[in-house]
Ligand binder design. Structure first.
Ligand code: PHE
Length: 349
């Protein structure tokens, strides 16, 4: 076969191969094979010595034309392949705007967190700081600093989970009082803090008791703090959470770390004070303990009880939530049933 025939044959075969290539890799292989540095066209050029000198020019021309032709066809083929790919993608990823939308499931906050956030914001607004004590607390802070020496009978008021003789799962957030009192610098101003968090007790689980629940401790200490300040503060909290209509009452009580001590009850959400199983037929539900800080607690933390006085309270946040939302079983808060939890929404204030 002379060079002209080889060129002719290559032209036809090459065009056919280009037309057949169906993806970019294939096409590239064809390109290398036809016009690459070691491709068939180059090979033909190398055989130029076989051609009579006067025809070499013509052969050279033909080789160049064929290279241009191949180049053009290869470029066209590549454009086509890319175009087809794009169309395929568009087809596959087509969005049907007439399909019904997928429902987005909105999370909701835990009812206790709703109350907690609300109260925190409320207290911050009144100049309180928010502190967080450890859930694994020491006997020292949880009890001894709080005027509850070892084997004090009042320790039985809270069935405590002990880890060892010094460490326990705190049964009250009152240890936060001692921790903050110890550190506070009264030359910089009064102490006003709230300390929310989990507490644990070996109570039997029933509809109003759980072995774990949430408390919010509160403490205000300054010169001239009185029982009137405490009463005003407690009434404001109750109004803030329950509105104007729900009734509250203060009852005398006993806590080793306050003197005098009170407990606050809120009228039962279920029977509105008439008496029912939820309020144990008293018409009232106890929501917090409070009182004037015992001088021993101040002195234990190095605060001069002659010149400083204060009030403290411990709010049962679960009880607040029960009353606010009319929930009849405290254990619902901790069983993570989404049907229960999804019912609560933060009020826009
Ligand atoms: N720590 C008490 C309790 O858990 C509540 C309380 C706090 C009472 C602060 C008085 C002052 O029952």
């Amino acid at each position: 076969m002379d060079l002209f025939d080889r060129l002719k044959e290559l032209r036809e075969r090459g065009l056919a191969e280009i037309a057949k290539a169906n993806d970019e890799k294939n096409l590239n292989d064809v390109r290398v094979k036809l016009i690459g540095r070691k491709g068939e066209l180059t090979e033909i050029l190398h055989s130029m010595s076989e051609v009579a000198p006067e025809r070499r020019r013509e052969v050279g021309q033909k080789v160049n034309n064929l290279r241009d032709l191949f180049n053009n066809k290869l470029d066209d083929a590549k454009d086509n392949i890319v175009q087809t790919l794009v169309e395929q993608r568009l087809e596959e990823e087509k969005i049907d705007v007439t399909l019904p939308g997928r429902r987005m499931h909105m999370g909701s906050e835990h009812p206790i967190n709703i109350i907690l956030d609300d109260l925190e914001e409320y207290f911050i607004g009144m100049g309180y700081e928010v502190v967080q004590g450890p859930e694994i607390e020491t006997d020292h802070y949880c009890f001894e600093m709080m005027n509850l020496p070892k084997d004090h009978p009042a320790r039985d008021m809270q069935a405590t989970f002990y880890i060892d003789s010094e460490n326990l799962l705190r049964s009250q957030t009152s240890g936060d009082q001692a921790r903050v009192l110890e550190k506070h610098d009264f030359t910089k101003g009064p102490l006003k803090m709230v300390g929310p968090g989990k507490v644990y007790r070996r109570d039997d689980d029933d509809a109003t008791h759980s072995h774990q629940f949430m408390q919010m401790e509160g403490l205000v200490v300054d010169r001239h703090i009185t029982m009137g300040d405490l009463k005003g503060t407690l009434e404001m909290i109750a109004r803030h959470i329950f509105g104007q209509d729900r009734e509250t009452r203060l009852r005398p009580s006993y806590f080793p770390f306050t003197e005098p001590s009170v407990e606050m009850d809120v009228s039962c959400f279920n029977c509105d004070g008439k008496g029912c199983p939820i309020c144990k037929f008293t018409g009232w539900i106890e929501v917090l303990g409070a009182g004037m800080v015992h001088p021993n607690v101040l002195e234990n933390a190095g605060v001069d009880s002659k010149n400083y006085s204060g009030f403290a309270f411990g709010v049962g946040l679960d009880r607040f939530a029960i009353l606010k939302y009319g929930i009849d079983d405290i254990r619902d808060f901790y069983t993570n049933d989404i049907r229960f939890l999804g019912q609560f929404r933060k009020e826009e204030r």
